[in-house]
Design a protein around this ligand. Structure first.
Ligand code: NAD
Length: 473
């Protein structure tokens, strides 16, 4: 049991104002693996006040000083990689070998990346008689979801600290444990008191109190579009600057000249990563109509190769979903697909064979999916793929863009230029061409109802910088 009974505020571990706790479940065993304080408005007020008190001094530190701090923080996080991997594998359900790299090592690299990014920022320029300066935007509320918990926290905390902002982090109540490791790393890296504060709690209490708090200048939110809409409305009351990284229903588009087997393999694996609990998951696979049946068969074969089990077991390649409530939502979405007439070619809403405990969902493939079906329109956030046929390239682009979301997409073609041409027509913030991999320095974020603003790399700094013109005589 990992029991965390204190919040990190003003550089100290302090008891929460109330005595409520939030239990954290182990996705594979359904047992309680830890608990954190159920913080509320009083804790948020203390944290935001501490962040405000630390802002003046921190925002005036030199670029070099802040760059060194984020680099030290990156090193401190590197030392915690195995611990983070193990904790998040259990909270979220990602197999340990993957969790070690993606949940543990990636955030350490992202944190460290802001040292050199910061040193390259142009903080001052002359425009005619004016000196235009970039400066820290203020106190940041960083609110994060549970699927890549440390990565999402670091994608906000790293650029915010680098820019000279101070932060109150409110991690997800579902997977809050790695945030405590981040706070410990900040202590170790010598971050001054109040520069990073941690308050755990629920979205409706701690989250809303933080968004509404008068001392908060910037809200950076990652989570569902439903909650993002509320956050934006609440932040608008006091005209706070807002960044939103929200939901998706991302397509992968296989063009008719692509190697079908390679493309389907790559698309299915991207969709199923972290049991489909990935905002950028390609949950719609678009294939030429004449290739549809073969594509569906290939997708079912890929899915059949997964070994489901406890994420800590080295032979596991697909784990459970994060909570029992989430499993029920995913199962209902699968049943909905069946009820609406999609063809189930793999998986289903039953508990997978041989796994009598754990919040498992069978990796599921629907074929013959019509664009109007719920499984083609709504984010499931589980291991569920919808295969849709299209007629010609224009139709593929039309279908790919036929969504309220616009987070991510993939394009596969034997002709790189053709794939790039289609990629440019897709209304999404990130498009992978022929399996091009994740780049931690490239801007990350969505179009349409997937949100606004960008994270990571130098674009990720923008949310945390204000621009000021000094008119000179
Ligand atoms: P969620 O929206 O339920 O919660 C996200 C965070 O917001 C949590 O910390 C929660 O406590 C808080 N919250 C909820 N309601 C709030 C409110 N009214 N005011 C303030 N805070 C509130 O999302 P989740 O279930 O944790 O995460 C899954 C969702 O996140 C999916 O929709 C997924 O697509 C999305 N997501 C998006 C990205 C991205 O970068 N675009 C990345 C990961 C996850």
């Amino acid at each position: 049991m990992i029991v965390r009974d204190a919040l990190f505020i003003g550089g100290s571990w302090v008891p929460p104002a109330g005595d409520g706790v939030i239990e954290v479940g182990n996705a594979a065993t359904e047992e309680v693996m830890g608990s954190v304080p159920d913080g509320g408005p009083v804790d948020v007020d203390r944290a935001a006040t501490a962040a405000r008190a630390a802002f003046d001094e921190w925002s005036r530190t030199s670029v070099d000083e802040r760059a060194k701090v984020v680099e030290r923080l990156g090193e401190a996080l590197s030392a915690l990689v195995p611990e983070v991997g193990t904790v998040v594998a259990q909270e979220v359900g990602m197999p340990l070998s993957m969790a070690t790299v993606i949940q543990g090592a990636l955030p350490a690299l992202v944190m460290g990346s802001y040292g050199s990014i910061l040193r390259e920022v142009v903080f001052e320029e002359r425009i005619g008689s004016s000196l235009v300066v970039r400066e820290a935007a203020g106190v940041v509320a960083a609110i994060t979801p549970w699927n890549y918990p440390l990565h999402q926290a670091v994608a906000k905390v790293a650029p915010a600290l680098a820019a000279g902002c101070t932060v109150v982090l409110k991690p997800s109540e579902v997977a809050p444990l790695s945030a405590f490791l981040l706070a410990e790393a900040a202590e170790e890296a010598g971050l001054p008191p109040g520069v990073l504060n941690l308050v755990t709690g629920r979205g409706s209490a701690a989250g809303e109190a933080l968004v509404a708090h008068p001392e908060v200048d910037v809200v950076s939110f990652t989570g569902s579009t439903t909650a993002g809409r509320k956050v934006a409305a609440l932040a608008a009351q006091s005209i706070k600057r807002v960044t939103l990284e929200l939901s998706g229903k991302s397509p992968s588009v296989v063009l008719d000249d692509a190697d079908l087997s390679e493309a389907v393999n790559s698309a299915v694996r991207q969709c199923m990563l972290n049991s489909g609990q990935t905002c950028i998951a390609w949950s719609r696979l678009l294939v030429p109509r004449h290739m549809h049946d073969q594509a569906a068969e290939l997708a079912a074969d890929v899915v059949a190769s997964y070994v489901l089990g406890d994420p800590l077991n080295p032979s596991t390649t697909l784990g459970p979903v994060a909570t029992g409530a989430h499993r029920e939502r995913v199962r209902a979405a699968i049943q909905g697909g069946v009820d609406e007439g999609a063809t189930l070619v793999a998986g289903g809403s039953h508990q997978p064979d041989g796994l009598d405990r754990g919040w498992f969902v069978s990796p599921t493939v629907f074929a013959g999916v019509e664009p109007g079906m719920t499984v083609a329109r709504e984010e499931v956030f589980g291991p569920v793929l919808a295969v849709l046929p299209y007629d010609g390239e224009d139709d593929a682009v039309r279908l790919a863009n036929d969504t309220i979301y616009g987070l991510s997409a993939g394009v596969f073609s034997a002709d790189r230029e053709r794939a790039l041409g289609v990629a440019r027509r897709l209304r999404a913030g990130m498009v992978d061409v022929n399996g091009g991999g994740f780049n931690l320095l490239a801007p990350f974020g969505g179009f349409k109802q997937s949100g606004y603003g960008r994270e990571l790399g130098r674009h990720g700094l923008e949310a945390y910088l204000e621009t000021k013109s000094l008119q000179l005589p």
